[in-house]
Design a protein around this ligand. Structure first.
Ligand code: GAR
Length: 197
């Protein structure tokens, strides 16, 4: 049984998909810890309801005391390491990690991003894809799961799903399809990774 630590900043629907898939055996792993940089992240509530240990690790105190990003990243890495994870999953984690976080875990940090490789890195990816469609620049978007490197939303790709955009789409309907596809892809990739590790 592999050990997963999941990092979240918000709603936590992908965390929920992972927890559900671990519970019913689709992923041969257990979520042993959930970390958030936002106190109000609903993902923390989901984890507590599932009796999974949680940590709230805000960046603010580091920034305010001049200790900076690298020290924060190293601190989060140390706290995550205490759970002895086989994989660390960034599932809606909205803080860009430097190498100071990544080094202890090698290539075992996995990120989910709501755009295809090389397209719309960073925040508001679905909105920007929808704007690109309306401007006639793209006809489809997608999602990817990849190994994390210091560049934002980039790194060796483990899986993608393409999602067509149609004239009848609204941002809401597109977002709904993207999130549904994310839950499927993330579970499939993690199932394969855990089975192979
Ligand atoms: C997901 O759409 C995920 O791809 C995105 O945040 C959302 C989190 O949803 N991540 C990024 O944009 C990372 N660059 P959730 O909290 O419901 O799982």
């Amino acid at each position: 049984m592999k050990r997963l630590v999941v990092l979240v900043s918000g709603f936590g629907s992908n965390l929920q998909a992972i927890m559900d898939a671990c519970a019913d055996g689709r992923i041969g792993a257990e979520v042993v810890g959930v970390v958030s940089n936002r106190k109000a992240a609903h993902g923390l509530t989901r984890a507590r309801e599932a009796s999974i240990p949680t940590e709230y690790l805000p960046y603010g105190p580091y920034r305010d005391s001049g200790r900076g990003r690298q020290e924060y990243d190293a601190f989060v890495a140390e706290r995550v390491q205490a759970y002895r994870p086989d994989f660390v999953i960034l599932a809606g984690w909205m803080h860009i990690f430097s190498a100071d976080f990544l080094v202890p875990f090698g290539d075992r940090v996995i990120n989910l991003h709501p755009a295809l490789p090389g397209q719309f890195p960073g925040i508001r990816a679905i909105e920007r894809a929808f704007e690109g469609f309306k401007a006639g620049e793209i006809t489809q978007t997608g999602i990817m799961v990849h190994r994390v490197v210091p560049e934002v939303d980039a790194g060796p790709v483990l899986g993608t799903t393409q999602i067509a955009i149609s004239e009848s789409d609204t941002l809401e309907s597109l977002s709904e399809r993207v999130h549904g596809a994310e839950h499927d892809l993330l579970v499939r990739v993690l199932a394969d990774l855990c089975a192979a590790a």
